[in-house]
Structures are given as C-alpha cells and as structure tokens.
Design a protein around this ligand. Structure first.
Ligand code: IVH
Length: 687
C-alpha cells in the first residue's frame, strides 16, 4: 500500500497519483474506523483526508473512480451481512462549523422551495456503531448492524447486554428502532479491565470497542453497552409511530415504549425554530462534552417535521434533511517519546507520558497521564510507539493504547523505575500503584523546606535538620501541621527552648501572610511564586480558588488549557490540608491593597522585563524581589523583550554597548527605565 504521511494528507491533492494513494489510505483507515481494527491514522486526519479526496473528486468529476469510498455508506468499509434492511440505513453528511450549517440550511430551503416551518431538532451525535433493533409485539427479536446500508449483519447475540435496549417493551409494539450502540466512559473502563483480565488487548477507543463487541460472537466474557435511539421506521407494515408527526414525537413514542433515546442523554433533544438557535444549542452541547457519560463526535441537526423531511428527500448515502456538525477530535495519535516518574505527596510514583506535540481540541498536548506500572504493561506500551491520546474537555489527556502495527523496529518496553525517582530508596510494589517505601516521608521534607522558605511562610529557623526531625517523628505530615506544633514538639525537633520559642513566633507571624504566599506553600505543581501571586490576586480568597473550575482557572494570565485542569485537580486533592490551615487560623485572603493594584496600580496591564544589576533604592533587589515588586504594582514580569513588553528596567550602559535586551527594546520602541526611575514609579510598593 502506498503510504501517505499525515502531513501529506493535510495538504491538498495535486495529482492523480496522490489521489489514488489517498484512496488507498482512506480505504485502509475506514476499515478500522467502522470496524475494530488498528487505525493507521486518527479521526481528525481521517476526516481531513476524506475532505481532500472529496475536493479532488468535485473538481474533476470525470476522473473520480466509480468505487471511491466517498460514494459508499460507511466509506465502503463496514462488513455487509446478509440481512436486508427494511429501508436503507443511511449515514450523515458532515459540516465542521457554523458556516457549513448555514449552507446546509440554504440547501434545505432550495429543496423545499421555502424555509422549513416545523423547526429543527438538535441532538448529540453519539460516537458508537449504528444498529437497527427489530421489535415484534413488544419483544426484541433481532439486532442488525448497518453494514453497507442495504444489508447488515445479525448481531442478536448482544440482546440482554445493552442498557437502554430492553428485551421486552412496555407496549406490544412492532417497530424497527435505529440508533447508536456505544460504551459509556464508565463501561469502557470496565470493558478494558475485563479484557486485560482475559489477556486481551485494551480497545483503542470506545467506538472501535463497540464495533468489535457487536461483531464478536464467541467471547468468553460479556461487556455491557448502552443504546441511544435516534430514529424509528415501520416494520411489517405496522407501526405505533405517530403518523405525519415530528422527529421529536417519534423519539418520544420510542422513549414511552421503554427504549432510551438521544433525548435522554444530558445533551438532550431540543426543538428550535431556526439555525441561529440551533447553533446556540450546538455550542451548549459542545461545552458539556467533557461531562457527558458517553463520547460524542458531533451534533446532529434534523428537520423536525417528518413531512418536510420527505420533501427534502434523500441522496444516495445521506438524507438531505439532516446534517452532522462535527466537533473537533478529542482523540489523536502521536508518538510516545518518554515516560517520566514523579513522586507525589503521598509517596505514590506517578508516570507521565512525554509525547510528540499534538494539537487536540484546540490545545497543544505534550504530556498525558498514565496510570501505574501494571497499566503500562497491560497496554503493552513501548517507547517510540504511536499511541492514541484522549483529551475530553477539561480532563487531563490520557494515553489509551498503542497502535502495534506502527511500532518501530527495536522499540523497547517502557522501562519501570528500579529505585524511587525522588530519594533513590526502595519501592513498595505491593499494590498496583507503586509507592516509595518511605511513603509520605519521601517527598514531604523537601516540600516542607520549600514551604518554610523566605518568600512563602518565611520560617527561616526551620532548616533541613529540624524538618527531617519533625517529619520523622510524625509531628508534621503536611504543611498545615506546622501551624499546630506545640512548644514541646518544636523543642524536641530543635533541641532548645529558645530556638523553639523563635520558631513558634515565626509560625504565628506566618498565619497572617497574604494568600499568595500560603497558596505557594502548598506546592501545587506549576504554581511557583509568581504564578501563586497571580492566582491569589485573580481570585482574592482561597474559597474562590477552590470553587474555580478549569475554565475559571484559565482566566489567570499564563494558565492555559493544559495546566488549568491539573491545578484544579491538585487544589481539590489538597482539601484536607487547606481545611486544616483554615482550622489553624491561617489567613486565606489576599490583602486589599494588592487586589487594588491589580486594577489600578502604576503597572496595571503592563509587562515589565528586568535586566542587569539593580541600583539606587533597588540595589538589594534580586530577580525574585523585582518580580514580586512588579506584580505588587499590578504588572506582570516577563523574561524576554518582545512586542508585548511595556517597560524594560535596565541600568544605562557604561561602555557604550547595549545589552541584547536593551538593543531589542530600542528596536521595538519599548520604554526603558533606569532602576532609579522604576523605583520612583513603584515607590508606594517598595519595602
Ligand atoms: S441520524 C437517516 N442521529 O452517525 C438518519 N445519526 O456519521 C441517519 N449517529 O450513521 C442518522 N448519533 O450511526 C443520527 N443522533 C444521531 C446520531 C447518529 C450518532 C451516527 C449514525 C450515523 C452516523 C453518521
């Protein structure tokens, strides 16, 4: 087979040879997309490749091959069985944005000769496998896959295994219900656990898993699936369906009989009167995608009135009366470059996958969660593997599975650590999640020393030895314990009453530090001093920080979609520590003046870069004190001079030569201030 790289697939096809190579690639990938194979490309690349082929065929209709996959239901990939469908089981045409939806709307108007009067329905496009379920006298008698649209496979063996598709209805109806079978997120996790327990490979993704499960008749285990109906047709000339009604009424009748429909999903089925409202619903569904119990890959808009559906008609593969508005892919393939291990607060060794950068749902992903060593082995991950990576909304991306057919020669299994990556000590491997044998004591001393640092809690008498003693004795199990230490405990650790008294004073003083310092002392990954100040000033109180979801967290300057959920998750995990801090009377808010500077300080909205040695009133200021000063005055510290820089603080050149930062500032016309002039500007904030 001619292999096209994903990059080639993204550019437009320019020759017959490229067109043919793209067809080969599409045929191979569609087998996996609609079946249960290993896909050599991910969904986003698949969709783009398909668009390329379609564009080429549209431009040169005479040259398009007659059996092009783009002209077949399921791109010609789904195995056709021998059961004839009552009426063709069609696929849907796709658009990718609001503009596409409007042009579909225009085509519907052309076909009807007027604007639709019955409104539109908007419902989720469940990312699973299509089936037709035949009920006779209220009894589920046969389940058939879509196949090639005219014939499908009998997969009645799944009866009894599918939530939402009861064997017996509440009414003695004879009807064929059509819809999507899929794994909910929860069922998918369980399915993979069951599979690995049986020595089978984990599913590459829920859709592949559902398609495979439908067709696998002799597995030694049964996996639960879920059904969502999106339509129904007459069977044996009989139907309990409302005649001449609406799509919403059809689904309501199906639901009343006891079958789950798309209307029952949290995304719901909404009837709207125009496409502007439809688009608003699409946006709302897209926003709730991460919280949905099942994966969706788009939103389907249909004409609600079944008579209008009939007038709009049906093409060879798609109905003209419905359209799928695809959402950005949340699953991509990329290369697993490395696995790094970090030791959490509780001593758990957490593996993180380092990935070749890939764009997923609008953000660049370079790291993803892996669970534990057993899971890495179950997924048979090798360094250099092409892996499927998922990112659903706010959830931290995770590595799902490797694509074994793309494994480079000589790739080695992901190495597992032999010693604790933090302290070099022994690892306790008694559970699936490995831990440092020292447990909390492994990472804790370093965290407590960090928290006691000058710019956090400022308990400067608390050095390495005392911290080690406090952790060793079990008196300190987290940062909050520092605030409830008794004089006796401090004496035992420091060995003297005088030292203990001094430490106790510092601890008492630390209780009234601004929130930014307290927050920083928690040691949340990715929130150093500067970031902690930004978070504290943005939210004002610990309560507000705790209430922030990933979207709210992203409003803080410098926190992107990759970092936000990690911070939110860690803050949530720190709940017991934060509660203890509150209980000990530690300040949980940012002082008014620092909040005021945020909106009305001399540097509000300005990015300040500092270079060289400071002088005059700022002589004693190191880089970190300068950063704190800039932020106190409402600005933001930058590290390099660029078009966003507002001020460069630099001492004048003494040898006539400009530093590289000063030269860049001159080139870009950035204001340059001497340390003295800057001190004057920020006078109110000097300490
Ligand atoms: S309507 C004639 N509605 O997506 C109407 N399809 O990519 C055809 N799908 O073949 C389908 N959710 O398997 C419809 N709410 C929904 C859907 C849905 C998922 C699937 C269906 C279809 C495929 C097209």
């Amino acid at each position: 087979m001619t292999t096209l790289t994903a990059d080639v697939a993204l550019s437009s096809l320019s020759s017959r040879a490229e067109y043919e190579a793209a067809l080969d690639r599409l045929r191979e990938a569609s087998l996996a997309y609609y079946g249960d194979g290993d896909s050599p490309i991910d969904d986003a690349t698949y969709d783009r490749l398909r668009q390329q082929v379609l564009a080429w065929e549209k431009e040169r209709p005479a040259e398009a091959v007659p059996d092009s996959p783009t002209g077949l239901v399921a791109d010609g990939a789904a195995p056709a069985g021998d059961v004839p469908h009552t009426t063709r089981l069609l696929s849907l045409d796709n658009v990718f944005d609001a503009e596409g939806l409007l042009s579909w709307g225009a085509s519907v108007q052309r076909r009807l000769g007027r604007a639709p009067e019955g409104g539109y329905t908007v419902e989720p496009k469940i990312d699973g496998a299509a089936i037709a379920a035949r009920y006779r006298d209220g009894h589920l008698v046969q389940v058939i896959t879509r196949g090639d649209g005219t014939h499908g496979e009998d997969v009645s063996h799944i009866v009894g295994q599918v939530d939402g598709l009861p064997e017996q209805l509440a009414v003695p109806a004879t009807v064929e219900v059509r819809g999507e079978v899929a794994f909910t997120q929860e069922q998918f996790e369980t399915a993979n656990e069951v599979r690995t327990a049986h020595g089978a490979q984990v599913f590459a993704n829920p859709r592949n898993g559902a398609a495979g499960t439908l067709r696998a008749k002799d597995r030694p285990y049964r996996l639960r699936l879920t059904f969502w109906a999106y339509g129904a047709v007459e069977l044996d000339g009989e139907s309990f369906l409302p005649a001449g009604g609406t799509h919403a009424q059809v689904l309501a009748a199906v639901a009343a009989a006891g079958i789950q429909t798309t209307a029952a999903s949290p995304a719901g089925l909404h009837v709207v009167s125009d496409l502007v409202e439809a688009q608003a619903r699409i946006d709302a569904i897209a926003a709730m995608r991460a919280e949905l119990p099942v994966g969706i890959d788009g939103v389907v808009v249909k004409l609600n009135d079944t008579a209008e559906q009939q007038s709009a008609g049906t093409g060879t593969r798609f109905p003209h009366w419905a359209i799928a508005v695809k959402l950005p892919a949340v699953e991509r393939q990329t290369v697993l470059e490395d696995v790094v291990w970090e030791v959490g607060r509780t001593g758990v060794l957490a593996p993180t996958a380092i990935l070749a950068a890939v764009e997923i749902d609008g953000s660049t992903v370079t790291r993803a969660t892996l669970h534990n060593p057993a899971d890495i082995r179950r997924r048979d991950l090798h360094l250099g593997d092409t892996v499927t990576v998922y990112k659903a909304g706010d959830i931290i991306p995770r590595v799902q599975a490797a694509v074994p057919s793309l494994r480079p020669a000589g790739a080695r299994e992901v190495p597992l650590p032999e010693a604790c990556p933090n302290c070099g000590g022994e690892i306790n491997k008694s559970q699936e999640r490995w831990r440092c044998a020292k447990g909390t004591a492994c990472a804790l001393p370093a965290l407590i020393e960090y928290a006691a640092g000058r710019e956090m809690l400022d308990i400067d008498g608390l050095g390495k030895t005392y911290v080690a003693a406090l952790v060793e004795s079990g008196d300190v199990t987290d940062v909050a314990d520092l605030f409830t230490l008794t004089t006796e405990q401090l004496m035992a650790a420091s060995g003297s009453a005088k030292r203990a008294a001094k430490l106790a004073d510092q601890v008492t003083a630390a209780k009234s530090h601004p929130l930014s310092r307290i927050f920083c002392a928690l040691g949340v990954l990715g929130t150093g001093r500067s970031m902690s100040r930004r978070i504290a000033r943005h939210f004002g109180t610990m309560d507000a920080i705790r209430q922030a979801d990933a979207a709210a967290m992203q409003e803080v300057e410098g926190i992107g979609p990759e970092k936000a959920p990690v911070i939110v998750e860690q803050v949530a995990a720190l709940a017991p520590v934060i509660d203890k801090l509150i209980g000990a009377g530690v300040n949980m808010s940012e002082p008014e003046e620092s909040l005021a500077a945020q909106s009305a300080g001399p540097l509000t909205g300005k990015v300040v870069v500092v270079t060289g040695k400071m002088s005059g009133p700022l002589e004693a200021y190191g880089r970190s004190e300068m950063n704190a000063l800039i932020e106190k005055a409402g600005g933001r510290a930058g590290s390099s001079v660029n078009s966003k820089t507002s001020i460069l603080v630099a001492a004048p050149s003494t040898n006539g030569k400009l530093s590289s930062k000063a030269a860049k500032a001159a080139e870009l016309g950035v204001e340059v201030l001497t340390p003295e002039a800057f001190a004057e500007l920020t006078d109110a904030y000097l300490t």
